[in-house]
Write a protein that binds this ligand. Structure first.
Ligand SMILES: Cc1cc2nc3c(=O)[nH]c(=O)nc-3n(C[C@H](O)[C@H](O)[C@H](O)COP(=O)(O)OP(=O)(O)OC[C@H]3O[C@@H](n4cnc5c(N)ncnc54)[C@H](O)[C@@H]3O)c2cc1C
Length: 464
């Protein structure tokens, strides 16, 4: 058995290769729009803006290389979940939140359509999303979750019992599941690289190895020069804390993944999963997984949730204990995979706002914009954010009026900062310790009640 490759950004890069580097910024320059960060948010924003207004001079500044962050490391769930929808329903009314949900459903279609139009082969398979329950408490939450999603307009969502679940994927002990067609599996890096190529082909300037050290109105400052632009758009999600003045804006939450070696046909016959749905569960410290195009299982979960002082990982390396914990989840789901080779392990950071709500904003008085805080649901949401930023910039520059997207309830949402350390570290670690304890409790106590410690933790953390 070979040992696991830990880090190296992600399995997706091991599979598809690190791209050839693009030139850094070579001195002071100007642009109409300067985008900081070359992940999905930054690149989709450049893409839609340049498509809408071809004469715009757009510059993307990326600290390392495009896709270095979560966009090159994620689980490849392109799906319609958006962080904060239920809070937005409470703040702006049910109908506004239904419009937001509908926009997310459409966003899954939009990404699939645009990838095809641009000739990007991102291994997209539209199998929908299957979320399973394997304890009575999870089943109760699953039913409530299913009812909520239907109430927010997902009339095409289906609720399955144990037998129907097993007909899709044979997860050990699964007692039920909820399936939505609004999701697809993809290869994150293939999407990212294709998008970067498409953006450059449109005439957008992309500088890599160019860290922005300070963002202020009309300026993005780097060690190699300053880009002056009427609009400066921050698209740095989980890395935002490293920018001057933004340390407590979005918390960099870790998520880690493992990938198995390709599994043989006889194992797939036992497991099923021929629909290649993205697969998740209803645990508090939940898992997410996909069956890759080359027949591996790539599976992720929280591991060590947060590093003290908002630090980020070193090129995707994760803790040995996290690899063991994810392997245990894999084996709990599919006991026949005990002893299966884990070829890759990695981690990344996602951005979590204090109220756990994704946002997109353009401050019209300064020309500063940003989008993120997707709390682990950013693959599709970044695309909706980008089209919204396009509309906001066009509206602000007088080229267009308000649109359906600029009227969505997550636009311009304000949130307070995270607590200073050590409270931030203590809070997040206590929250996930509570989640893990609640999951253990629910596995051993066969009642339908959600463990009280999880409910309490959600309330105290401001998550629900
Ligand atoms: C392990 C993992 C699994 C996930 N799985 C899923 C999933 O299956 N489905 C889903 O919907 N979401 C998932 N997410 C979340 C999703 O990947 C992110 O929300 C999304 O990719 C964020 O895109 P982004 O462009 O906003 O940020 P990023 O992709 O993080 O891009 C930010 C970019 O900014 C650059 N940068 C940082 N600081 C600076 C600076 N100072 N100057 C210039 N550039 C800078 C970084 O190098 C990076 O390239 C996952 C996240 C992780 C970490």
């Amino acid at each position: 058995m070979t040992s696991t490759i830990n880090g190296g950004i992600s399995f997706w890069y091991a599979d598809d290769g690190i791209p050839a580097p693009r030139e850094p910024l070579a001195g002071d320059s100007t642009a109409d729009v300067c985008i900081v960060g070359g992940g999905y948010t930054g690149l989709w924003t450049a893409y839609y803006l340049k498509k809408a207004v071809p004469f715009l001079n757009i510059t993307v500044l990326e600290a390392k290389f495009c896709g270095y962050g979560a966009s090159g490391r994620n689980g490849g769930w392109l799906y319609n979940g958006i962080a904060g929808r239920d809070r937005y329903a409470r703040l702006h009314g049910h109908d506004a939140a239904v419009r937001l949900q509908q926009a997310m459903n459409n966003t899954v279609d939009e990404v699939v359509r645009t990838a095809a139009e641009e000739g990007i082969d991102a291994g997209i398979h539209r199998g929908g999303v299957l979320e399973v329950a394997y304890t009575p408490a999870q089943l109760a939450r699953l039913r409530a979750f299913h009812a909520t999603e239907v109430a927010f307009g997902e009339k095409d969502r289906e609720l399955y019992g144990a037998r129907e679940t097993a007909e899709r994927v044979r997860v050990a002990g699964a007692v039920g599941s909820s399936w939505t067609p609004h999701g697809a599996r993809l290869h994150p890096v293939k999407l990212l690289k294709g998008l970067a190529t498409a953006v450059e082909a449109l005439g957008v300037t992309v500088h890599e190895s160019t860290p922005v050290t300070e963002i202020r109105p009309k300026h993005a400052v780097t060690p190699y020069g300053t880009v002056r632009a009427p609009y400066v758009i921050r698209c740095t999600e989980g890395f935002t804390a490293s920018l001057a003045g933004l340390r407590r804006t979005w918390l960099p939450m870790n998520s880690s993944m493992i990938a198995t070696a390709p599994l043989p046909a006889e194992v797939w016959e036992e497991i099923g999963w021929s629909g290649r749905e993205t697969l998740g569960d209803m645990a508090h410290a939940y898992m997410y997984a996909q069956r890759t195009a080359d027949d591996r299982i790539a599976l992720g979960g929280r591991g060590v949730p947060y590093r003290y002082g908002s630090r980020t990982d070193d090129d995707g390396s994760t803790q040995a204990a996290t690899v063991d914990a994810l392997r245990a989840v894999l084996v709990r789901f599919f006991p026949q995979l005990t002893g299966t080779e884990i070829t890759h392990a990695w981690s990344g950071v996602l951005g979590v706002p204090r109220d756990w709500c994704a946002t997109v904003t353009l401050d019209r008085s300064t020309g500063l914009g940003w989008a993120g805080g997707y709390v682990g649901s950013g693959v599709a949401t970044a695309n909706l954010a980008a089209r919204t930023l396009r509309d906001l910039i066009q509206q602000d520059s007088g080229q267009a009026g308000p649109t359906d997207l600029t009227a969505l309830p997550w636009v311009g949402h304000k949130v307070r900062k995270w607590e200073p350390e050590p409270l931030r570290w203590l809070g997040v670690h206590t929250l996930y310790a509570a989640y893990r304890s609640a999951d253990r409790h629910e596995l051993t106590h066969h009642t339908a009640d959600t463990a009280r410690i999880a409910t309490l933790a959600n309330r105290i953390s401001g998550r629900r």
